[in-house]
Design a protein around this ligand. Structure first.
Ligand SMILES: Cc1cc2nc3c(=O)[nH]c(=O)nc-3n(C[C@H](O)[C@H](O)[C@H](O)COP(=O)(O)OP(=O)(O)OC[C@H]3O[C@@H](n4cnc5c(N)ncnc54)[C@H](O)[C@@H]3O)c2cc1C
Length: 393
């Protein structure tokens, strides 16, 4: 158990959330077409999001952040995720991964340096995946060797599919400090690497199935020298642990995003069903359409209830590895089922790029894959269950 987190004062948070809901409906949704056509979040919206404090939601107030607890943070993500996913994606690594790693493992000096910077809108990325290692992240090949001059570390390797890498200011890079030593994950360390460090470069943004406006690319590290202060926590061998703790947080963010986006898709389908006529009446009158609407609503409600439970547990300081994994699996799979039904409710129009249903379907697909695939998380849940069973918990 860690210390309970009260977060932002309740009334202030409720007001913030109300304003955010209005901002999503009145500003972000109307700009979605532009995000898709230009494949980027417009600069003026990005500046507004920074001003609203979205890049430092969970950074403590003393360091320039909004000081939200996890319950509040998940609600913000869910609210933002009602609009196109690119809006969440641009700040999600700051909050879900980078800030969480600094919080769990950073030294006081690292917190003092990086929290105000990311809360102020510097964009972070998180480099775990590599060309040869994704789910099996401990198999990573990126190496960090002590600088022979005795002053810091030299990093070499390639990270793959790194969200926000093309416009990031800083990366948290996971690298091995021993090449072949076992267990592999005991020799992974995390390094804070400004993206303008000599030797750091990024590939062209990858073309993706969905989520226009959000970008991923390779990050290449070629004899990148970082000072000793760049080692997260100042201790080698802790990087894997910090990465896994950050992923718990990231999984809650993906679960919340799935719940928010599923509701958006369902609202769109409900409206369409009342407007579209077949056999002389709105298709919403047909009970088989109603079944799809009702199943979707029920499943979204279940995901929201899981979100309320897991985030309350985190804020009480409980161990939530199993719960965060279960929430992410359920919410992302649920979102996949909902967007599929939404395409069905739209009929032929559901298959056309002119309507929203098709992009909801493509955008949602990644939620079941990143920050732990459904399969890997199911293994993690079962591992915990079996361990608890053996321990008689
Ligand atoms: C849009 C996007 C953004 C991303 N952003 C980031 C980022 O910011 N930072 C980052 O580090 N990574 C990022 N990733 C990488 C992502 O986290 C990985 O793609 C994901 O973890 C899966 O790894 P993989 O692609 O290597 O798949 P693999 O590990 O090759 O898995 C392939 C399939 O095998 C299954 N599988 C693997 N092992 C097992 C097993 N033991 N039992 C059963 N099934 C198994 C998987 O579930 C999957 O279905 C991103 C990826 C995408 C597409």
């Amino acid at each position: 158990m860690s210390t309970p987190n009260p977060g932002m004062d309740r009334d202030t948070f409720d007001q913030f959330l109300d304003q955010l809901e209005r901002y999503v409906r009145e500003r972000l949704i109307p700009a979605e077409k532009q995000v898709i056509e230009e494949d980027k979040v417009p600069d003026d919206i990005l500046a507004e999001m920074k001003d609203m404090g979205l890049f430092g939601l969970t950074v403590p107030e003393d360091y320039g952040g909004a000081g939200l607890n996890i319950t509040q943070y998940a609600k913000v993500v869910q609210t933002m995720a009602y609009a196109a996913p690119a809006y969440r994606s641009i700040f999600s690594i700051n909050v879900g991964m980078f800030n969480s790693a600094i919080k769990n493992g950073g030294t006081e000096a690292q917190k003092a340096e990086w929290w105000p910077r990311i809360a102020g809108g510097e964009i972070a990325c998180f480099g775990l995946t590599e060309p040869g290692s994704g789910s099996d992240s401990a198999a990573m090949q990126t190496m960090a060797r002590p600088d022979p001059d005795g002053n810091g570390w030299i990093l070499n390797g390639t990270k793959r599919y790194i969200t926000n890498a093309p416009h990031a200011d800083v990366a948290l890079i996971m690298a091995r400090t021993e090449k072949d030593a076992l267990p592999k994950n005991a020799h992974v360390s995390a390094f804070i690497v400004p993206m303008d460090t000599p030797g750091v470069s990024t590939g062209s943004p990858d073309k993706k199935m969905g989520q226009s406006g959000s970008h991923i690319s390779d990050v290449m590290l070629d004899d990148v020298h970082v000072p000793s202060e760049a080692l997260l926590g100042g201790e080698t061998g802790q990087g894997f642990r910090f990465a896994m703790m950050s992923l718990d947080n990231g999984r809650i963010s993906v679960g919340a995003a799935s719940a928010g986006y599923a509701r958006r898709a369902l609202d769109s389908a409900t409206k369409y069903a009342t407007e579209r006529q077949a056999f002389g009446e709105p298709i919403a009158n047909f009970q088989l359409i109603q079944q799809m609407l009702a199943e979707s609503w029920t499943e979204i409600y279940a995901a929201e209830a899981m979100m309320a439970d897991v985030t309350a547990r985190v804020d009480r300081g409980e161990d939530t590895v199993k719960h965060a994994a279960a929430f992410k699996v359920f919410a992302s799979e649920m979102c996949g089922r909902v967007v599929d039904r939404v395409v069905q409710i739209y009929g032929g129009a559901g298959y056309l790029a002119e309507y929203d249903a098709e992009r909801f379907f493509r955008d949602a697909r990644i939620y079941r894959i990143y920050e732990g695939t459904t399969q890997i998380l199911q293994l993690q849940i079962a591992k915990r269950m079996l361990r608890e069973h053996a321990a008689g918990v």
